[in-house]
Design a protein around this ligand. Structure first.
Ligand code: ZN
Length: 306
């Protein structure tokens, strides 16, 4: 029954693996990875029945129909049905999507649920397809599934306020957006999803390192050239992440049951304090910027531009 899907390992048992509780909210690349992964299992499949185990986790009315598309808006996943309805899924801090069919596919906040019999006490919504069951688990209940007519998705209040993602944003537009926040530090501004959509803590640090910009610099000191470099770096670091399965995905368990540390393969500075900068060899340091743990190379990313 527990066939091994791409991200699957053997049961880890009661001992909490190292990655447990270490990951925060999934970032855009993780949700994009989930979108691609889940598509393989539910595309063209018929959603027949919805069981709501927690009222708070399901907004709107249950809907039925065959899946025609899986879309993503920032960190929201949207499943379109041929009945003209859509399900919008927000995983937030502890949400998980676990699909059980011939194979199991699990994504979202990593926990033992990936390996356990479902539903369990963290299961909030059960979506039954004609080839399997999709469980929405959410320990802390901040995530939710919301149904709406497909044509209303773009007007949803969450989606409406999102800025364009780095792939569609023009460098001049990005620069203009930064200049609206001249006195704020660059890291805080690029984390603001109404300025640019998709950068969370990991990718903000990686993109700033890649473009050699100190996270505490005021936006007013950033040049158009630097903004262009930063935008390109943001695209690059997130693409690299999506290609390797997203940071939380690969922090899941490998086929042999050990922890796969995706960050080790991918991150140049994030959670690498004390290690050598891959560019110049200076020790990477961790500082606090905009209330967030921030990783920089003090040599490559200079503060004194203002
Ligand atoms: Zn360096």
């Amino acid at each position: 029954m527990f066939a091994i899907a791409k991200f699957w390992g053997k049961k880890v048992g009661r001992t909490r693996p190292l990655w447990y509780n270490t990951m925060s909210m999934p970032e855009l690349p993780e949700v994009e990875t989930i979108r691609r992964g889940l598509s393989k299992f539910i595309m063209n499949k018929n959603l027949k029945k919805t069981t709501i185990l927690c009222e708070k986790s399901f907004l709107g009315r249950p809907v039925t129909g065959a899946v025609t598309n899986l879309r993503r808006y920032g960190k929201a996943l949207v499943i379109d049905l041929d009945s003209g309805h859509s399900l919008m899924i927000h995983l937030r801090m502890t949400g998980q999507l676990i699909y059980d069919g011939k194979e199991r596919y699990a994504a979202g906040h990593p926990s033992e649920n990936f390996f356990e019999k479902l539903p369990n006490k963290q299961t909030r919504v059960i979506l039954e397809f004609d080839n399997g069951i999709l469980y929405f688990n959410d320990q802390r209940k901040f995530g939710f599934i919301k149904t709406m007519p497909s044509e209303k998705v773009a007007e949803d209040s969450f989606i409406k306020k999102l800025a364009p993602e780095p792939w569609v944003m023009e460098p001049t537009d990005f620069y203009a957006r930064l200049m609206r926040h001249k006195n704020s530090c660059i890291k805080a501004v690029i984390l603001d999803q109404t300025v640019i959509c998709g950068l969370g803590n990991i990718y903000a640090d990686e993109a700033l390192f890649e473009s050699q910009i100190h996270p505490e610099r005021k936006c007013g000191t950033i040049t158009q050239d630097e903004a262009t470099k930063l935008l390109k770096a943001a695209r690059m670091v997130m693409e690299r992440s999506i290609d390797s399965g997203g940071s939380t995905m690969a922090t899941y368990v490998k086929a042999d049951g050990t922890r796969g540390d995706y960050l080790e393969k991918f991150a140049q500075v994030f959670r690498r304090e004390g290690k050598a900068c891959p560019r110049c060899g200076t020790k990477i340091t961790k500082i606090r910027v905009a209330g967030r743990g921030t990783h920089i190379c003090p040599h490559c990313q200079r503060r004194n531009h203002d």
